[in-house]
Design a protein around this ligand. Structure first.
Ligand SMILES: Cc1ncc(COP(=O)(O)O)c(C=O)c1O
Length: 305
């Protein structure tokens, strides 16, 4: 039977147990492969939820505008979903966004506007997105404050993990960007199993870890803490240096054949670190958030190939 709506391929991603990259204490490490989503990341889930909720709340119809501020996976996912509903996506990106990403967004049909990454600038990209939405009568989706982000992970990612493992999960590890994934998945798991350990992964010295926020891993927040993040469900924060995340993403590709991106490498580093503190034979789950294809330039610049 064929399926005529590509959005039906969002979610229901596979879970793989790693066999070469082994945690301590005989723990098992399972990874949910989110690059199996249509545009290659977990953000397809939230883009679908945020756009649908905007359509319901504001009665959007074909030709109406949705605006998002993002330079990464969410920009691509929002463009993909908006086009499916006949909406016009306007994506505000920081000026430093890679040329290839901007080209891809344009190819996919987005209108791309350049903003500034400095919050004190009048053209700060999040503020600019809000202004554009007002001026052009569109809806600013704002993944950093949109409850549909958390809901997507609570209702889909978490339920899938729970069902795929028949509830046998002891620890969930996830890098924190908007906090949508860890909050949605963590909340669901804790409601079903109170002692499941929820671990937040963050760049070394980030604000979340109480530091100045110098080290940077694309997709994870380093200088701010997103308002959606529910810190009450987090048991432990693990800091990961950028260089370790990078090395691990290469190990993932070469040793396991898992073509994950750099924040996925950080998730694995976090999982290995927490395994030292878990009961023997615990089951740890994390996400392979997106794919290495988004980071070829970065990897080439940083690693002797
Ligand atoms: C590559 C990457 N990793 C991790 C995350 C973190 O996910 P969340 O925003 O749900 O915290 C993001 C989010 O932007 C991302 O793009």
């Amino acid at each position: 039977m064929s399926v005529t709506d590509i959005m039906r391929f969002i979610g229901n991603t596979p879970i793989l147990e790693l066999t070469r990259i082994r945690p301590f204490n005989n723990c098992r490490l399972l990874v949910k492969l989110e690059y199996f989503n249509p545009t290659g990341s977990h953000k397809d889930r939230i883009a679908l939820y945020m756009v649908k909720s905007a359509i319901e709340k504001y009665g959007l119809k074909e030709g109406d505008i949705v605006v998002e501020a993002s330079s990464g996976n969410t920009a691509i996912s929002v463009t993909f979903i908006a086009k499916r509903f006949g909406l016009i996506p306007i994506i505000v990106v920081p000026k430093a966004t890679s040329v290839n990403k901007v080209r891809l967004l344009k190819l996919m049909g987005a209108e791309v506007v350049f903003g500034n990454e400095d919050p004190s600038s009048p053209n700060y990209y999040l503020k600019l997105a809000e202004d554009i939405a007002k001026e052009r009568g569109g809806v600013f989706l704002n993944q950093y404050a949109n409850p549909a982000n958390v809901r997507a992970h609570y209702e889909t990612t978490a339920v899938e993990i729970w069902n795929q493992l028949n509830g046998s999960i002891d620890c969930f590890v996830m890098g924190v960007g908007t906090g949508g994934t860890i909050t949605g998945v963590g909340r669901y798991l804790k409601e079903r199993k109170r002692d499941v350990v929820i671990v937040a992964v963050t760049p070394k010295g980030s604000k979340l870890a109480g530091g100045p926020g110098i080290d940077r891993i694309e997709g994870l927040l380093h200088k701010d803490i997103a308002p959606l993040l529910d810190r009450s469900i987090i048991d432990k924060v693990i800091e990961v240096p950028y260089s370790e995340a990078l090395d691990m993403s290469l190990r993932l590709v070469r040793d396991e054949g898992v073509l994950g991106g750099i924040s996925s490498g950080a998730n694995i580093v976090g999982a290995l670190k927490i395994s030292k503190e878990l009961e023997p034979r615990s089951t740890i789950v994390t996400l392979i958030v997106d794919s290495i294809f988004r980071y070829i330039d970065l990897l080439e610049q940083n690693i002797m190939m």
